[in-house]
Design a protein around this ligand. Structure first.
Ligand SMILES: NC(=O)c1ccc[n+]([C@@H]2O[C@H](COP(=O)([O-])OP(=O)(O)OC[C@H]3O[C@@H](n4cnc5c(N)ncnc54)[C@H](OP(=O)(O)O)[C@@H]3O)[C@@H](O)[C@H]2O)c1
Length: 240
């Protein structure tokens, strides 16, 4: 495995994405900071202040941004070693309420549009570049609220139906993709970061951002004998 990996982190301008990018850059990797807003991207890249961190416009709601991003990575590096699918939205306003029967169709649609269709579309566009790597890795930043097993066992999880279901769909994609490329060196895993103090996680969350980034960083830098097709929190499997 090459020591300096070429890595794309989506949603890289704040929260878990920015921290993940910061730590990967500090470890010497080349990091593309995928952000939907070019100004926020430039500011985030400047905050890391490393020549091997480059902002890249990627908006999961606008698939037309995927092609130029893929072309630029291809021209500059010829391959992508790691894709961290971190960007995501939680659109339900009251995260404590059960929205199962009340969520507006528009919220359900937009949640899936960004979190699921956007992530799948971007990943599928970048797969040819990932398959040019000698040790490609894909991290899908999911959440344990997408776990059907935990929910059906009555675990006290948030009941934000649109967000949770979009993560369940991403879990399904994780398993499908891992199986589809099991004959290659590609490893695809889903991460549950924990409940983390970010804009999405709110200040009520118990975990600080660096701790939340741990699972993502571990899966992004898995060695050859690491897992494939799993769902993890802090190196421990999470129930699907
Ligand atoms: N925090 C938690 O407790 C927690 C728990 C479990 C899972 N997660 C997951 O962790 C990931 C990161 O969340 P976070 O807590 O760091 O949240 P955050 O601070 O709200 O950051 C979300 C990031 O996603 C980006 N984003 C949103 N919509 C986008 C789009 N259409 N295209 C591209 N980027 C977009 C945002 O960019 P803008 O600044 O442009 O909006 C931002 O960079 C998410 O997938 C989330 O579901 C978080």
């Amino acid at each position: 495995m090459t020591s300096q990996r070429t890595i794309l982190v989506t949603g890289g301008n704040r929260g878990l994405g920015l921290e993940t990018a910061r730590q990967l850059a500090a470890a010497g990797h080349f990091v593309y900071l995928g952000c939907r807003n070019p100004d926020k991207a430039a500011a985030a890249a400047a905050s890391i202040s490393a020549s091997h961190v480059v902002p890249l416009q990627i908006d999961l709601d606008h698939p037309e941004t995927f092609e130029p991003a893929a072309r630029l990575i291809h021209e500059r590096h010829g391959r992508l070693d790691v894709l961290v699918n971190n960007a995501g939205v939680m659109l339900e306003e009251d995260i404590m309420a059960d929205s199962t029967s009340t969520v507006p169709a528009s919220v359900l649609y937009r949640s899936f549009h960004t979190n699921f269709f956007g992530t799948v579309g971007l990943t599928n566009r970048l797969l040819p570049l990932l398959l040019r790597s000698d040790a490609p890795r894909i991290v899908i930043v999911s959440s344990n609220v997408g776990s059907l097993q935990m929910r059906s066992q009555g675990e006290p999880l948030m009941k934000t139906f649109a967000y949770n279901s979009s993560k369940t769909a991403l879990n399904s994609y994780t398993v499908h993709l891992a199986n589809a490329y099991a004959h290659t060196p590609l490893k695809v895993n889903a991460a549950h970061p924990g409940w983390v103090k970010t804009d999405m996680g709110t200040s009520y969350a118990p975990m600080e951002i660096p701790e939340g980034a741990e699972t993502i960083l571990w899966l992004a830098t898995l060695p050859e004998d690491g897992p494939n097709g799993g769902f993890f929190h802090k190196k421990t499997p999470v129930a699907w």
